[in-house]
Design a protein around this ligand. Sequence first.
Ligand SMILES: *Cc1c(COP(=O)(O)O)cnc(C)c1O
Length: 394
Amino acid sequence: MTEAKLISALNEENLSHFSKTYVPSRLLLGPGPSNAHPEVLNALSLNPIGHLDEAYISLMSDVQQLLRYTWQCNNRLTLPMSGTGSAAMEASIANFIEEGEKILIAKKGYFGDRLVDMATRYKADVSVIEKPWGESFSYEEIKYEIETKKPAIFAIVHAETSSGVLQPLDGIGDVCRKNNCLFLVDAVTSLGALELLIDEWKIDLAYSCSQKGLSCPPGLSPFTMNERAEEKLSSRQTKVPNWYLDLSLLNKYWGSDRVYHHTAPVNMNFAIREGLRLIANEGLENVWHRHNTNAKNLWNGLESLGMELHVSEDYRLPTLTTVKIPPAVDGDGFRNHLLRNFGIEIGNGLGELSGKVWRIGLMGFNSSQENVDRLLNLFDTELKKYSIFESSTF
Ligand SMILES: *Cc1c(COP(=O)(O)O)cnc(C)c1O
């Protein structure tokens, strides 16, 4: 037997032991993740139990029931998928698209692009309608496109986290039904924070994530689909080309059969149960009201400090505000200053808004008057230190 030389976990310069895992304390006021609620963290730290244990099965039912309330739907197939928001996003494409099928994607930011990329990988016939980052689609535009293009699926992002736009969804569900098309909604930055009525708005399938409105760490992605979507799924000619995200297999675990598919991330499910319970306790309408009020206070405060907001108030997104970086300000410098010296994270602009806006998130547990006041104070006292004109005079 040759003597194996084990690879050291330590690099050459660091020959001491790793210290215990340490994470600095942060207030996350960016595009996500958002801070988890302390009660959610308590639930997360419980010892795992078996994913087929009857206590766990009962917890799964609670999660489904609480999710139906939060989604405002009665869909049997409502479950948190393992993985971040993009997992349920990919499930929505992988399960409902067969090669060559037509999908129409309304794209007005980065996450519309991701849907296009996924649909292309699953070999859909992809049509795209596009708006500049910071605008929304009108009902008439969407209606016209669905009626003329006749897609099998119409997909749109409700809350575009890259641009700060809230897309109105009224009436689109009816147009989809009349045109025999499934209505797919990305609700990653709206679930548990903003008005969202899955049944009433006739949304056939929707997905979200745990780390934005639900006050949990990243790791789960709530998903829901109605009977129209179930019919489409069961009439597939070919197998779902993604094993891990195959909803017909997942349904056997989350439905009444409880057949093993993959080991559930049990602690994340403890966490989401707690996050959803807190929403139900507060009451969904109170939660929506809190998000709207805190966002309005942020907008008014920023404007009274002379800041300009990127999106018109008519369709501005309460969970994520895009603020224009004033021309004479070092945007990255200010952002890094907030993080390093105050432990507060705000986001940089993404894609075509990079360097042009900051992104400020007020989501879930973090949507509070206290956080708004704290951030506004820092804009008031610290921003002037990052004026390029001022620093160049030193
Ligand atoms: C965050 C986000 C996603 C992706 O979710 P991940 O949890 O990062 O995988 C998708 N869509 C929108 C609108 C988002 O804001």
